[in-house]
Design a binder for this molecule. Structure first.
Ligand SMILES: C[S@@+](CC[C@H](N)C(=O)[O-])C[C@H]1O[C@@H](n2cnc3c(N)ncnc32)[C@H](O)[C@@H]1O
Length: 251
C-alpha cells in the first residue's frame, strides 16, 4: 500500500520536474523564503547541521546554505534529488523512515509536503534525528479559518491526487505537541497565486479534475472568496494562500 503510494508520488513529481520551481508563486516567493530564513537564523558554529526534508529541487536548503548551515537533503523522487544535489548532498528515501542516525541534525525543515506522507510517522522521525533542543521548521498551506475551511478542503482533496491528510493550523500544532515538540513561534503569511497558472502547471491533473478544482474556487461561497480575496482578472483567476510557519523545539 505504502509502496504503491510512493510509486504514485515519484511519478507525480518526476513529471513535474521541468517546470516545478515556477509552477506556483509560493515556491520562490521572496516573502516566504525571507520568513523561513529568519526562523532558521544564522547557523551556530558548533551546531550547524541542517536537513531539508522532502527537499524537492532544494529551494529551502539552498537558502539555508547562505546562512552558514551545512545542509543535507532527503527526497523520495530521484529526479528531484538530482536537481537539489547540485547545491548540497541529498539522500533518496522516505521521510517516514529516514536514513539518518538519532541526533544527527541541529535543525530540520519540511515545507509543503506533510499532506503527502504518513504525518505522524514523519514527525516522530524528525524528533528522532534531531539533537535534544534541536529545532524543526514546518511550513504548510492551511485554510484561513472557518470562512474558507470547507471549500479549501474540497479544493485540496480534488487537486492533490496523492494527498493523505488535510491540515488546519491548529492540527499542525497538535501533531507537533503530541510527538515531543514545543511550539516556540507560529506565524502566518499571505501569498497571492494565479489559480490558472498552477492548475495549468500540474500535468498529473486530468482536464476533468482541473476544471472541477477551478469551478470550486470560481463558484465558492462569498465567505471563501472574501477570506482568500478571489478575483477574476480578465479571465485569469487569483486567490491568496495562507502559509503557516511553525518553529518547534524538541523537548
Ligand atoms: C510539493 S513538493 C515540496 C518540495 C520542497 N519542500 C519545496 O518546498 O519546494 C513535495 C516533495 O515531497 C517529496 N516527497 C513526497 N513524499 C515523500 C516521502 N515519503 N519522503 C520523502 N520525500 C517525499 C516529493 O518527491 C516532492 O519533491
Amino acid at each position: 500500500m505504502n509502496e504503491l503510494h510512493h510509486r504514485n508520488l515519484r511519478e507525480q513529481f518526476a513529471q513535474r520536474i521541468q517546470t516545478y520551481e515556477t509552477s506556483a508563486r509560493w515556491m520562490l516567493a521572496p516573502e516566504l523564503i525571507a520568513a523561513h530564513k529568519a526562523a532558521a537564523g544564522p547557523a551556530p558554529a558548533q551546531a550547524n547541521r541542517a536537513v531539508d526534508l522532502c527537499c524537492g529541487t532544494g529551494i529551502v536548503g539552498r537558502n539555508l546554505l547562505s546562512l552558514g548551515w551545512n545542509v543535507t537533503g532527503l527526497d523520495l523522487t530521484p529526479e528531484m534529488a538530482t536537481v537539489a544535489a547540485e547545491h548540497f548532498p541529498v539522500r533518496t528515501g522516505s521521510v517516514e523512515k529516514m536514513p539518518f542516525a538519532e541526533g544527527e541534525f541541529d535543525l530540520a525543515t519540511l515545507r509543503q509536503s506533510l499532506m503527502l506522507v504518513d504525518a505522524e510517522a514523519t514527525v516522530r522521525e524528525v524528533n528522532r534525528i534531531l539533537v535534544p533542543d534541536g529545532r524543526f521548521i514546518l511550513v504548510h498551506s492551511v485554510p484561513f479559518g472557518a470562512a474558507d475551511d470547507e471549500t479549501y478542503s474540497a479544493v485540496q482533496h480534488t487537486r492533490h491526487i496523492n494527498m493523505k491528510t488535510y491540515f488546519r493550523a491548529n492540527e499542525l500544532e497538535t501533531l507537533l505537541r503530541d510527538t515531543g515538540f514545543k511550539i516556540t513561534a507560529h506565524q502566518f503569511l499571505r501569498v497571492r497565486e494565479s489559480v490558472d497558472h498552477w492548475l495549468n502547471s500540474a500535468p498529473e491533473l486530468s482536464p476533468v479534475l482541473r476544471a472541477k478544482t477551478r469551478a470550486l474556487i470560481a463558484q465558492a461561497p462569498a465567505s471563501y472568496r472574501e477570506a482568500r480575496r478571489v478575483q477574476d482578472v480578465r479571465g485569469e483567476l487569483f486567490e491568496d494562500w495562507n502559509w503557516s510557519l511553525i518553529t518547534a523545539q524538541k523537548l
